[in-house]
Write a protein that binds this ligand. Structure first.
Ligand SMILES: [Zn+2]
Length: 209
């Protein structure tokens, strides 16, 4: 019923075909002609539909990445797409306190208000609250301990919480529980992952990315 599908999601997309007229399982994959894969792939119609979606999604993501690579600076790309971190005290928004809204540098989703920004002294822009919980995603980040399971168990505090944009998955920074009361949150965010939209009447020179 089910067989191997072409491993090349991108090259498969233009040639994906599901045979018409009652055959539920056959489709021809020309991409296999240029690989070591068999020239005919067996797959159910529903799986083919799902596979087509994944093909398009994969191609779309690649196109998005290419567009971002052209539009962003190397640092902005590294931070948002490769989970990089700008050097402390170097970000353009570290000491900015103008009134306005900080948006995602990739998709422009509003993320933080200047009203919640404070000087944490950590070297990166810090906020004690996000504009809306739905604007971000929080994910455990074990990159600080790598594959060291002993460290993972004995020093759970080294597991950080990554903050990403809920709309485009851009890496923004991390959140810690050492912020000011009452929330005690410190969203430690890279300047390179944000743009700043000044509030009306407060359009200083802070609108830079
Ligand atoms: Zn985004």
């Amino acid at each position: 019923m089910f067989g191997r599908v072409c491993s090349s999601l991108v090259s498969c997309r233009p040639v994906l075909r599901v045979l018409q007229g009652g055959s539920r399982h056959l489709r021809h994959c020309n991409a296999a002609a240029t690989t070591s894969l068999p020239s005919v792939c067996f797959i159910s119609r529903s799986a083919a539909s799902d596979f087509t979606s994944r093909c398009f999604a994969s191609t779309s993501r690649m196109a998005d990445k290419e567009e971002l690579r052209k539009r962003l600076t190397p640092l902005q790309y590294t931070v948002t797409q490769e989970k990089g971190t700008e050097r402390p005290f170097t970000g353009c928004f570290n000491k900015t306190y103008d009134k306005g809204t900080y948006v995602c540098i990739c998709c422009e989703q509003p993320l933080f208000s200047s009203d919640t920004k404070y000087d944490s002294g950590c070297g990166w822009p810090a906020f004690n609250e996000v504009l809306d919980k739905g604007k971000i995603k929080l994910t455990p980040d074990t990159s600080g301990v790598g594959a060291n399971l002993l460290l993972l168990i004995t020093q759970p505090g080294r597991i950080r919480t990554e903050v990403t944009c809920s709309k485009c998955d851009a890496h923004l920074g991390h959140v810690f529980d050492d912020g000011p009361p009452p929330k005690r949150k410190r969203f430690c965010i890279n300047s390179a992952s944000m743009n700043f939209i000044p509030a009306a009447g407060d359009e200083g020179d802070a609108n830079k990315s």
